[in-house]
Design a protein around this ligand. Structure first.
Ligand code: ATP
Ligand code: MG
Length: 193
């Protein structure tokens, strides 16, 4: 099977698992995962952090966003532009966010635009990850395009439920791997190949 075909199957399988969780289970999982992240030295050192607002079945990022906004760090979120490509904007509060046509909270257009090379720490969503840092997203290449513009010194942290870490995620030339994955029970540090 081609990597693209395996990706399509895995996306469906993992999305179904995610949909089966209750709101209480999601919240409980996020509380412990978020606590692990704020103790990471890469998080503590970071001055400019790119988060994302979780949507649908994703492991919630709300507390992390709140924590970041009340810290001295700068808080940046992605926005989908008219061509479907990623752009980054800095926000100061939840009031700087609005629902996009895809029902995802994104920065309002009057927020200052940020160059991806300025980011020290990216929280990276995914439908699946493996222990080599390979990542499966929604299939538009949105995060692959965004992370391709990141500074080589930026720390890329995948974020998801434990069941989203699977044996192997097929990867293609354009796929950008993460440096570690945070789940409610562990931080998986990826060893350089
Ligand atoms: N840097 C890039 N430049 C141009 N096209 C790209 C780039 N990255 C990915 N793509 C395109 O995006 C398509 C989808 O990529 P892929 O299947 O890896 O998505 P994904 O990683 O699951 O999704 P996402 O990154 O949106 O979460 C690929 O077929 C590829 O052609
Ligand atoms: Mg990809």
């Amino acid at each position: 099977m081609k990597p693209q075909e395996v990706k399509v199957r895995l996306r469906e399988e993992l999305k179904n698992l995610r949909e089966s969780l209750s709101p209480a289970q999601r919240e409980a999982a996020a509380v412990v995962a978020e606590a692990k992240i704020i103790h990471l030295s890469s998080w503590q050192k970071a001055k400019v952090v790119c988060l994302y607002a979780s949507f649908k079945g994703e492991l919630p990022t709300t507390q992390l966003l709140q924590n970041l906004l009340s810290s001295k760090k700068r808080c940046v979120l992605p926005k989908v532009n008219a061509d479907g490509l990623p752009e980054l904007y800095e926000i100061k509060s939840f009031q700087d966010l609005e629902l996009s046509s895809l029902e995802i909270l994104e920065p309002k257009i009057n927020c200052p635009r940020i160059n991806p090379t300025q980011i020290d720490f990216f929280l990276v969503p995914g439908i699946g990850f493996d222990r080599q840092g390979n990542r499966l997203g929604h299939g538009s290449g949105f995060y692959d395009r965004l992370l391709a513009q990141a500074s080589p010194s930026a720390f890329l942290l995948g974020y998801g439920y434990d069941f989203q870490v699977v044996h192997a995620i097929p990867h293609e030339a354009h796929d950008i791997a993460v440096h570690a994955v945070a789940t409610p029970t562990q931080i998986i540090n990826i060893k350089p190949a």
